[in-house]
Design a protein around this ligand. Structure first.
Ligand code: BG6
Length: 470
C-alpha cells in the first residue's frame, strides 16, 4: 500500500489557459489577454492593450467556458478525485478595483464547482494564476503598488465567502518564484503585472513587489481561516532542483545559492519570516524595503497550511570564476530534454519532495507535472502518446518511493493540462500536455473537438488502482 486512502488524484489547469470567453459575462481583460502567440525560443509579445490584427490565443483558448460540462464529464470518466483550476480575477472584478463583485462571474464558478461535486470531484483553487486584471497594470503598475494588497484581499474574501461550502483547498499565488528570473519579461508580467523600466534596479523592485504579495497572501490566509477554519490554504512554487555541476565545493555553493533564490519565496510563506540569507543580501546591496507596522507579525500569522508545487525539470549550476555569484547554468549529461528544452528528470521529483518535506515539515501537493509534446491523431483518430505514458509512469514511480520509502506526506497529484490547452510560456496550442486531445492549432484553427488519447485510459487505470499499477 503506497498512496493513502483519499489521495487526491486529478489534474490541473488555469482559467486563462482554457476558459476563453474573454469578454463573456462582463469579464475584463487580464494580463493573459494582451499576450500574443510565440513558439519554442520565440517569446510572446506583450502588447499595450488588445491591438487589432494580432492573435491572442487566450481569448478563445479551448472555450471551456461553454464546454465545461462536457469536459468535467470526461475528467470524471478519468476518475478524477480533484480538479485544480483558478478563478479568473477578471470575471469577479473585471478591472480589479471595483467595490462590488460581478455576479455573472461568481455564478459561473458556482455552476462549475457544482458540476465537479456532482462527480465527487474536489475543487483545488488558485486565486492568482498569471491572469491579474490588466487595468491594475496600467493604473497601479501591478504589484509595485501596495494598493494591490487590499484589492487582492477583497477578491480573495469574496471568493472565500461565496464558495466556503464548495471549496476546501486553496492556493494564493501560482509559481510566485518565477519572477526571480529578472531577465524574463514574461515572468514579471504574469506573476505581478510588472514591466521593468530601463535602468531600474530590478532586484530592489522585485523585493518590494514580493513583499506586497507575501503580505497579501498572509492576509488571505488569516481571512480564509476566519471564514472557514477547515480551509487548507497553500503557497505554490515552481520547483526545479538545481544540482551542483561537480563535487567541487564552489559548485556546491553555486547550486545552494541558486536554490535559495527559490526557497526565499517559500521560506517567508511557510516559516512566516524573512530568512537571514536574504536580509543580509539586502543589507549588503543597500535595499530599503518599505514595510508597514504589523507586517512582520502578519507574515507570522499568515503561514500556509500546505506546500503546493509544480515540477517539470531540473537544472545544473556551475561556479563561474569570471563572475562569482552570477548564475551559470550547464546542461545535465544524465538527462534528456523535451522539444522545448525542459530537462526531464523523474528522480529529481523524489529528490525535491524529500528536500521540501525535510525543510518545511508541511504536507505537500504536486499540482503540476507533465510534458509538452508535438502530437497528431493517427489514422484511427487517436493520439498514441506512449512518450507521455512513459513520462508519467517514471514520475509517479519516484513519487511513490518518496511516499513509501522516504515518508513524505503527499496530499495529491495533479498533472498539468489533462486536456490540451494554451501554453503559458509560448501561447501555443501545439505544446500539448493532455490526456484529451483538442482539435485546435497555433493559429487558432480547428473544431475544438475533444478526443481521449491513449494516455487517457492509462491514467484512468492508474487512478483506479490508486497508483499500484503503472
Ligand atoms: C507552469 C504554469 O509554469 O507550467 C502553467 O503554472 C503552465 O500555467 C505550465 O502552463 C506549463 O508551462 P507551459 O509554458 O508549457 O504552458
Amino acid at each position: 500500500m503506497s498512496f493513502p486512502k483519499g489521495f487526491l488524484w486529478g489534474g490541473a489547469v488555469a482559467a486563462h489557459q482554457l476558459e476563453g470567453a474573454w469578454q463573456a459575462g462582463g469579464k475584463g481583460p487580464s494580463v493573459a489577454d494582451v499576450m500574443t502567440v510565440g513558439g519554442p525560443g520565440v517569446p510572446r509579445e506583450i502588447t499595450d492593450g488588445v491591438l487589432p490584427g494580432k492573435y491572442y490565443p487566450n481569448h478563445e483558448a479551448i472555450d471551456f467556458y461553454h464546454h465545461y460540462k462536457e469536459d468535467i464529464a470526461l475528467l470524471a470518466q478519468l476518475g478524477f478525485k480533484c480538479f485544480r483550476t483558478s478563478i479568473a480575477w477578471t470575471r469577479i472584478f473585471p478591472n480589479g478595483d471595483e467595490e462590488t463583485p460581478n455576479e455573472a462571474g461568481l455564478k459561473f464558478y458556482d455552476d462549475l464547482f457544482d458540476e465537479m461535486h456532482k462527480y465527487g470531484m474536489e475543487p483545488v483553487i488558485t486565486l492568482s494564476h498569471f491572469e491579474m486584471p490588466y487595468h491594475l497594470v496600467t493604473e497601479y503598475g501591478g504589484w509595485r503598488s501596495r494598493k494591490l494588497v487590499d484589492l487582492f484581499v477583497r477578491f480573495a474574501g469574496v471568493c472565500f465567502e461565496r464558495y466556503k461550502d464548495k471549496v476546501k483547498y486553496w492556493m494564493t499565488f501560482n509559481e510566485i518564484n518565477n519572477q526571480r528570473n529578472l531577465d524574463d519579461p514574461f515572468a514579471s508580467f504574469t506573476n505581478s503585472g510588472v514591466r521593468y523600466e530601463e535602468g531600474e534596479d530590478r532586484e530592489a523592485v522585485l523585493a518590494q513587489v514580493a513583499h506586497h504579495e507575501f503580505i497579501a497572501s498572509a492576509k488571505a490566509v488569516v481571512l480564509g481561516h476566519k471564514i472557514n477554519p477547515d480551509f487548507e490554504i497553500g503557497c505554490m512554487l515552481a520547483m526545479s532542483p538545481v544540482y551542483p555541476a561537480s563535487c567541487r565545493p564552489l559548485d556546491q555553493i553555486a547550486a545552494l545559492k541558486e536554490m535559495d533564490r527559490t526557497f526565499a519565496f517559500a521560506d517567508v510563506q511557510c516559516r512566516g519570516h524573512y530568512p537571514a540569507y536574504l536580509l543580509r543580501e539586502w543589507e549588503r546591496k543597500g535595499f530599503k524595503l518599505q514595510v508597514e507596522d504589523g507586517d512582520m507579525a502578519l507574515l507570522e500569522a499568515g503561514k500556509v497550511d500546505y506546500f503546493a508545487l509544480s515540477y517539470y525539470m531540473s537544472f545544473v549550476s556551475e561556479y563561474d570564476a569570471a563572475a562569482p555569484g552570477a548564475r551559470k547554468e550547464v546542461p545535465n549529461p544524465y538527462v534528456k530534454a523535451s522539444d522545448w528544452g525542459w530537462q526531464i528528470d523523474p528522480v529529481g521529483l523524489r529528490y525535491t519532495l524529500n528536500v521540501l518535506s525535510e525543510r518545511y515539515e508541511l504536507p505537500l501537493m504536486i499540482v503540476e507535472n507533465g510534458i509538452g509534446l508535438h502530437e497528431q491523431p493517427a489514422s484511427d483518430g487517436i493520439v498514441h502518446d506512449d512518450e507521455r505514458i512513459r513520462y508519467f509512469a517514471a514520475h509517479i514511480e519516484q513519487m511513490k518511493r518518496a511516499v513509501e520509502e522516504d515518508g513524505v506526506a503527499l496530499m495529491g497529484y495533479c498533472p498539468w493540462g489533462p486536456i490540451d490547452l494554451v501554453s503559458a510560456s509560448t501561447g501555443e496550442m501545439e505544446k500539448r500536455y493532455g490526456f484529451i486531445y483538442v482539435d485546435k492549432d497555433n493559429q487558432g484553427n480547428g473544431t475544438l473537438k475533444r478526443v481521449p488519447k491513449k494516455s487517457f485510459y492509462w491514467y484512468q487505470h492508474v487512478i483506479k488502482t490508486n497508483g499500484e499499477d503503472l
